[in-house]
Design a binder for this molecule. Sequence first.
Ligand code: TYD
Length: 197
Amino acid sequence: MFVTFEGLDGSGKTTQAELLRASLAAEGRSVVATREPGGTPLGEEIRKLVLGGTAMSAWAECTLFAAARAELVERVIAPALDGGSDVVCDRYIDSSLAYQGIARGLGVDRVLELNLRVTRGLLPDLTFLVLVDPEEALSRSSPSDRIEREAAEFHIAVDAAYRSLAEMFPRRVLAVDGSRAPDEIAEEVRGRLRQLA
Ligand code: TYD
């Protein structure tokens, strides 16, 4: 099973990815947890580059995220899935579709095409989109990188982008209400995954 978590910074998606990892491991399943951008030595270098202070064009940003993702799939995600492990990833292709494809205006189709090309066409079995009020998410997270420092309007556009991705890919992207207690959200996530199995 390949499961990803998406949402704004401050949405609680990282907490949910960790709760799912722990619950699968507690059931005795082999599970590999990773994150984007990062998760490999090259990916961590790209993370510093893309989230550091250097201004860059939208396609430069998009292709750097795609390069980190290509490396993560090749070295971590595909080998883990081939070896029979579950993979839980904090952010994946949908981050690029929402941030670069929609909010930066590069186009969902073009960003999806690039990303499918560099990831052997690997899409998650299920993607949980943790939805919270964007103003609330902004107030929960202190801006620590170049993208988080974007104006509130940008984060509001990303929130709308994610909601439209859930409509575009209704079988794969499931929106969950992130305003509830973490345990309650985790319970819903487990329930949805059991339906898939
Ligand atoms: P993240 O690691 O979730 O931030 P943090 O560790 O601070 O919680 O993501 C870093 C930022 O990168 C986040 O603002 C979203 C952005 N991002 C994109 O714009 N496109 C992408 O493809 C990815 C993976 C992340």
